[in-house]
Design a binder for this molecule. Structure first.
Ligand code: FAD
Ligand code: NAP
Length: 310
């Protein structure tokens, strides 16, 4: 049997939303406990340059997240490396069970579990995951030195992944299902100017080809169904992210495919005392700075709610 730890505020997640909530609630003397999850630092730890964090024209994502963690610790937050496997929001105090065996109880909970990469859902994609199929160029790009890769997607992530992969690969083919990208214009300009990049418009990928490893992808033209085989050694899936709401999707109101619903202009969820911040609740902006802003709001909302029940 593991131990039980009680706190006034339990923060689940260690991305910009969680760490900001920790800074604010620690400064409010709420002695928060923050459980980091399997990806301490969150999504920014799998990217390289971040150019839109105010105050830093260039900062490496992992460095920024280390600084946020240090900041939260210095303010007095108790940061725990563990993973919450179940959360009961029907009892008071709320009960969260962690993989280590520890049970965390809390008067208020701030959910900041962010989002996870989406996959195409192809059997061949599953077969080659970790053996030529990846959703993280920063993690796996190095393996494709002098090789050819394909990236699928048309958002900021896909363009960033494609550009990063040009540091290693001899050729990067970006496959997108429409004729225009949704990535920021400045990123698009960099992409189109890079001689190693080729864009295959109006295509989706139906199969990852290979035997021991990946040898190519079978792409299909969405306009006429015509098939094309694009040879490659690696295939990077960058088609967006889904909210990590498994812990609460049956307990809290959600919207737009699993995003936790909050009252407009607040971080209050459908259960009093439970607050949600960051990519877990936001299907529109999904930025580090907006997540941090919501983390701040969640801490302030939790502080006011706790003051009200005391
Ligand atoms: P996340 O960063 O997703 O963090 C979620 C946290 O929850 C993680 O720490 C995880 O371990 C934890 N967690 C999940 N489940 C559990 C659980 N059950 N128990 C405990 N912990 C749990 N945004 C920008 O503004 N600028 C950029 O340049 C930029 N680049 C990006 C590049 C890439 C490749 C990606 C994928 C995203 C990028 N973004 C960028 C978006 C940005 O990273 C996100 O908007 C932001 O990280 C969301 O923060 P968050 O705190 O909501 O959640
Ligand atoms: P996104 O903006 O949702 O884009 C996903 C892309 O994948 C879209 O182009 C979409 O096509 C395509 N797609 C989705 N499902 C597909 C499928 N089944 N098959 C083929 N293509 C598919 O996701 P994202 O790029 O991961 O970005 C997420 C958020 O993080 C955004 O808010 C973004 O701004 C932010 N972010 C910011 C930065 C930065 O500021 N530098 C970097 C990375 C991410 P359609 O266009 O046709 O819908």
């Amino acid at each position: 049997m593991g131990d039980t730890r009680h706190s006034k505020v339990l923060i689940i997640g260690s991305g910009p939303a969680g760490y900001t909530a920790a800074v604010y609630s620690a400064r409010a003397m709420l002695e928060p406990v923050l459980v980091q999850g399997l990806q301490p630092g969150g999504q920014l730890t799998i990217t390289t340059e971040v150019e839109n964090w105010p105050g830093d024209s260039h900062v490496q994502g992992p460095d920024l997240m280390v600084r946020m963690e240090e900041h939260a610790r210095k303010m007095g937050a108790d940061i725990v490396f563990d993973y919450i496997s179940s959360l009961d929001l029907s009892v008071r105090p709320f009960v969260a069970k962690a993989d280590s065996g520890t049970t965390f109880t809390a008067d208020a909970v701030i959910l900041a579990t962010g989002a996870q990469a989406k996959w195409l859902g192809l059997p061949s994609e599953e077969k080659f995951k970790g053996f030529g199929v990846s959703a993280c160029a920063t993690c796996d790009g190095f393996f494709y030195r002098g090789k050819e890769v394909v990236v699928i997607g048309g958002g900021n992530t896909a363009v960033e992944e494609a550009l990063f992969l040009t540091n290693f690969a001899t050729k990067v083919t970006l496959i997108h299902r429409r004729d225009s990208l949704r990535a920021e214009k400045i990123m698009q300009e960099r992409l189109f100017a890079n001689p190693k990049v080729e864009v295959l418009w109006h295509h989706t990928v139906e199969e990852v080809l290979g035997d021991q490893g990946v040898t190519g992808v079978r792409a299909v033209d969405v306009r006429d169904g015509k098939e094309t085989v694009v040879p490659c050694d690696g295939f990077f899936v960058a088609i967006g992210h889904s909210p990590a709401s498994e812990l609460v999707k049956d307990q809290l109101e959600t919207h737009s495919g699993g995003y936790v619903k909050v009252e407009p202009g607040s971080t209050r969820t459908s259960i009093p005392g439970v607050f949600a911040a960051g990519d877990l609740t936001d299907h529109i902006y999904r930025q580090a700075v907006t997540s941090a802003g919501m983390g701040c709001m969640a801490a302030l909302d939790a502080e006011r709610w706790l003051a009200g029940i005391e």
